[in-house]
Design a protein around this ligand. Sequence first.
Ligand code: NAD
Length: 458
Amino acid sequence: MSTELIPSLVSKLRTTFAEGTTRPLSWRKQQLKQLKTMLETEQAAFLEALKLDLHKCEQEAWTSEIGFVISDIDHSLRHLASWTKPRKVATPMFVQPGKSYLQPEPLGTVLIIGAWNYPVQLVLAPFVAAIAAGNCAVIKPSELSSHTAALLAKLIPRYLDSNAIEVVVGAVAETTALLAQRFDHILYTGGETVGKIVMRAAAEYLTPVTLELGGKCPCIVDRNTNLEVTAARIVWSKWMNAGQTCVAPDYVLVEEDFVADFVASLKSKITEFYGTDVKQSPDYGRIVNERHFARLSSYLLDQNVVLGGQCDPDTKYIEPTVVLAPDLQSPVMQEEIFGPILLIVPLRSITEAPAFINARPKPLALYVYSHDSAVAQHMVSHTSAGNVGINDGMMFMANPNLPFGGVGNSGMGAYHGQTGFDTFSHLKTVLKRHFIFDVALRYPPFSRSKLQWLKRLM
Ligand code: NAD
C-alpha cells in the first residue's frame, strides 16, 4: 500500500466512528461472527500461509492461532452484553443519595501492530477485543510473516465492514506512516526497540499504548518435581513453533547435581515428541528468515552444546538445542533467544534463583516446577514477571480470565478476555445524584460548625 493513502484511510475510519456505526452491540456481534466465519471458511488458506511462513504444523496452527482466536470470539460473544453494561460501584454516605457506576465506552480508532511469530493470533486476538469494545481498527500485520499478512489483507475486507476496519500490509515505511496519524489507542506486539519508537510516536498525540514485548523467560526446576511431566511440558512449551514464542522458557535454573537427570529427561522427551531425526518431523517448525537463522546459529559458537546443535541454512532448520552453563556475558545469555535453543544455568542451591532472576530485566513469563507449593510460592513472591506458570508452560494463555501482558521491560498493559475489552474501552465514571436532600453543608458561607460536620461525615 502506498503510504500516501494512509492519512485518508485513517480519516475514513474516524468518520465511521464519529457516525456511531460501531457502537451498537448488534454491529459488534455481527463483525465478531463474521470474523469467526472467515476463520472457519478459510481455514485451509490460513493453514497454508502459516506453513509457508513458519512451517507451522496443523495442530499448532489450530491451537495457537486459528482455534485460539475462535475461542476468543466465542468468549467475547458470550460475555459482551455484561461487559458493556454499567458497572456499579459503592457510593459513600456523604455522596448519598446517589448512584455511582462505570460506563464502558469505545475509544475511537485504534491501531494494532503485530509480530511475525503467531501472525494470526497476535493481530486478531487484540482485534477481537477492539471490535468487542466498539472501535474502528487498523491492523498492521508483520511483514516477516508475509503470506499470512497478505491473506489477512485479502480476506478481512471480504468478510468485515471496510468502513470501520482496515488492514495495512508493509514494513517500516508503512508503520511509520501509520504512527504519524492520530489514534485513540495503539497495541503493539514486538521487540523493545520498536516499542520505544511506537511509544514516542504515540506521545505526540497523547495516545495510550499497550506494549506486548518480550525478553528472557526464566524457568526454575526444583529437584523435588515430577521430572517426567516437567520435561514434557518444558519441551512442549520451548520447541513449539521452533522456540519462536515470546513466553517460551529461555533459560532453566537447576541445581548442579540435578543437571544430568534433567538433560536426560529433556533428551528422551524430544525424541518421543519429534523422533530421532527431528528434521523429518512434520510437527517441528523452521526459523522465520535468514537474519534470525544467522543470529540464532551464531549463539552456538563456543558454547557447551549438550543436546542438538545441528543447523541447516538452506531450510532454516535448527535442531532442538540445549546449551549447558553458558558464559553469563555471552550474547546468548544477554539477549532474548526467541528460537530453539534452551540454556541450562546450574545453581548450587535453588534458593539462589530469585537473586539470579532479579539481577536481570523483568520477564514476560516465569515458570516454576516443584512438588513443594511453598518453594513455588517463594519463587513467585520473590520475583517479578508479567505472567507466571506453576508446574506448566504457557497454559495461562489459554485462560481468557487471566490478563496477558508484561511488566517493566517486557511490556505495559494487558489484554485477553475482559481485560482486552477494558483495554480498548474508556471506563467512564458516572455519579448520578437526586435533587432531594440538598444539604447545604458544602455551600458558602462556610462556618466552623459546617466544617466540623463535614469532618465527621467524610
Ligand atoms: P517484527 O519484526 O514483526 O516487528 C513487529 C512490528 O513492528 C511489525 O509489524 C513491523 O512492521 C513493525 N516495525 C518493525 N520495525 C519498525 C520501525 N522501525 N518502525 C515502526 N515499526 C516497525 O517483530 P519482532 O520485533 O522481531 O518481534 C519479536 C519480539 O516480539 C520478541 O522480543 C518477542 O518476545 C516479542 N513478542 C511479544 C509477544 C507478546 O505478546 N508479548 C508476542 C510475540 C512476540
